[in-house]
Design a protein around this ligand. Sequence first.
Ligand SMILES: Cc1ncc(COP(=O)(O)O)c(C=O)c1O
Length: 379
Amino acid sequence: MIYFDNSATTKPDSTVLQSFQQISQQYYGNPSSIHRFGLEAQTLLRKAHEQAADILDIDVNEVVFTSGGTEGNNIAIKGIALAHQNKGKHIITSQIEHPSVMEACKSLENIGFEVTYLPVNDKGIVDVHHVQQALREDTILVSIMHINNELGSIQPVKEIGELVKHRTTTYFHVDHVQGFGKVPLSLKKDGVDLCTISGHKIHGLKGTGLLYIRKGINIFPLFDGGAQQSNYRSGTENVAGIVSLVKAMRLINEKQKNNRNYLYQLNQLLRDLLQEISSVQFNTAKDQAPHIFNFSVPGYKPEVIIHALGERDIFISTKSACSSKKPDESTVLRAIGLSEERTKSGLRVSFSYQNTEEEIELFCRSLRKVIQQLSLVMG
Ligand SMILES: Cc1ncc(COP(=O)(O)O)c(C=O)c1O
């Protein structure tokens, strides 16, 4: 089996699973209970906060554990908008954000907020000058992702952070779901105020995630309840999920440090081999994130190629299920100005550190055969 759909989700690490199981069985107390079981769970939770803070180089109180990327993005965007609407109702984001950002912004538009959706260039990158031009006195939030999930394009987070840093009533949120563990980001240095991470994209478990909220930032809590996690996110903490998430974060962080070039090597090999297949056209520009590569085979429906590869036990994907007026077209590929033929035929390969060069070679050989077979069928 060749699994090249790691941007959709990853295989949970076995030690992550073990720690989830162990904590669930042995430390099932509610961390808010005042008896010994509760205190044990509370201690584990505190440790997890400290370790996550250490990994991200932030303060313990700046860590909020969530159920994943969608929740983190919603808490950040709606939470800032609702808490700061007295200072302004304008939000800046981009045209290539994940639906959890896009749709959160659209919901806010429905209740009177104004959103600027910035375009991207042909590489899928937001222009910092466009951000600067779009900033207004009433802009309360800029939300720009780090790594685009379909293209792997890297956004100029540091430069945007620099722009927003000096503004006291504008906050900067970064969706780091695809970047964490692959493309480094320094939350403090880069002027990020809020940042979303998801567990199941880094060999952690589905239903786990983290939101960084810089100290002192007021957000309107989306969940009312027992005021857990400093009232940012009420609800009994998923202690086992949280401990397992921090483990996954630590493991992928170590991989990033020790195998810095590995994903780049895989990416280069993939590009070299795909280059030899004449019907393949690259959609991802050079020098983007190493683990996501998008290409089109114009004239062939992506689902047909995906199923044909699936029969050979090779798993890749097409555009994420996002809202597009034309359901078979990728809004991200459209945003970079590709023709309809290309926007409708995009395919995505996404790596983890577990993938190998041999898998890439086999994938490219199989893709070539699949295209040959399909072209025969199509006459
Ligand atoms: C860039 C980006 N943001 C957010 C999400 C949502 O994360 P989750 O699946 O943890 O809700 C995804 C998932 O694909 C993503 O790629």
